[in-house]
Design a protein around this ligand. Structure first.
Ligand code: TMP
Ligand code: ASP
Length: 311
């Protein structure tokens, strides 16, 4: 059975590596262990022959109930393949360090579809991810990777914390993309860190960063192009990465309107139309129609590129 060695205690994340261990087979209620700057390790291998939609979450091959790891927007389970995890997308949305929380019917299904479409579109552009397969309305199988306890943020247009931190107006185009790292540490509210901090703390090495940064920038370029094709401006986004047992660096976690700022460009008015979780963060309206719009545009693009799309 999979046993996470160390999990970050992080309240803000929507990611699987923010999911918390339980000790008795039941779902945990809250974080138990503080993050100690040790990169988080767990994960999987993917044996494609073993994959099937009959694989059930939480059941190991010995019949024991697997570890269930819970985050705010996703839940992670062991499968009977030690190299594969089962991800379950939930309907909950949180903001402000989890202070604000609400359930939106259909959000889990939409985010599962959207992440799958984006990872498939990235794959077509030569960027691999931990995704193995979407196996149900709200579920995916993913490769088990050792996650870096980092939120990797790319910004193309000023918004959110970039504006509050630097006193600039939202919507200003940045002269070049900005790459930022945030350390996953709940108690410190995921602090902003630089390369030296990460190396000094042993979170990652210079060599890791020399791989992570260019991959993050390539993902940004690819996502800008993907979203531009469907009339959406990619303002900023957050991604996470991990390493497979053989050391390959992979894009992991999710890419959804929870983790991106997406501004609709189709009406041409220049007015900001959010197609992302800012609708919820800022009480601007229902997120579901916006997420549906993102999903349907991505699905259309994917189909046009010959990618198999769930109906
Ligand atoms: P920020 O402006 O709040 O730092 O957010 C930058 C991007 O990162 C934005 O697209 C939303 C995303 N994000 C997450 O995915 N998770 C988080 O916990 C936070 C704070 C931001
Ligand atoms: N996901 C974070 C939270 O749960 C914050 C955010 O996305 O804005 O609070």
């Amino acid at each position: 059975m999979l046993k996470p060695r160390m999990w970050p205690n992080r309240s803000k994340s929507t990611s699987p590596d923010a999911l918390l261990p339980d000790t008795d087979g039941r779902l945990p209620e809250r974080a138990q262990k503080p993050f100690d700057c040790t990169p988080v390790g767990i994960l999987l291998t993917v044996k494609f022959t073993k994959l099937s939609t009959s694989q059930t979450p939480g059941k190991a091959s010995n019949g024991e109930v697997g570890k269930a790891l819970r985050g705010k927007a996703k839940q992670l389970y062991a499968t009977d393949d030690p190299e594969v995890l089962w991800v379950e997308y939930k309907n909950s949305a949180t903001a402000g360090d989890g202070e604000k929380k609400e359930d939106f019917a259909g959000k889990g299904r939409l985010n599962n579809l959207i992440t799958t479409l984006i990872f498939d579109l990235l794959k077509k552009r030569g960027i691999d991810s931990h995704l193995v397969a979407r196996v149900g309305e709200t579920s995916q199988l993913v490769k088990k990777v050792t996650m870096f306890p980092l939120e990797i943020v790319l910004r193309n247009t000023a918004a959110g914390h970039f504006c509050s931190r630097l006193g600039v107006e939202e919507g200003i185009e940045l002269k070049e993309p900005v790459l930022e790292y945030f350390l996953k540490n709940d108690d410190l509210h995921d602090p902003f860190v630089n390369d030296d901090d990460l190396v000094a703390l042993g979170v990652c090495t210079r060599e890791d960063l020399a791989e992570i940064a260019p991959l993050a920038r390539r993902i940004n370029e690819a996502l800008i192009e993907i979203f531009a094709k469907i009339g959406i401006k990619l303002v900023d986004f957050k991604i996470e990465m991990g390493r497979t047992p053989d050391g390959t660096l992979l894009l992991a976690d999710e890419i959804t309107p929870d983790s991106c700022r997406l501004w609709d460009q189709r009406d041409g008015s220049g007015k900001v139309e959010h197609l992302d979780k800012d609708l919820f963060r800022r009480d601007l309206g229902d997120i579901i129609p916006a997420y549906e719009e993102v999903e349907s545009r991505l699905a259309e693009l994917a189909k046009s590129e010959g990618i198999e799309v769930a109906e």
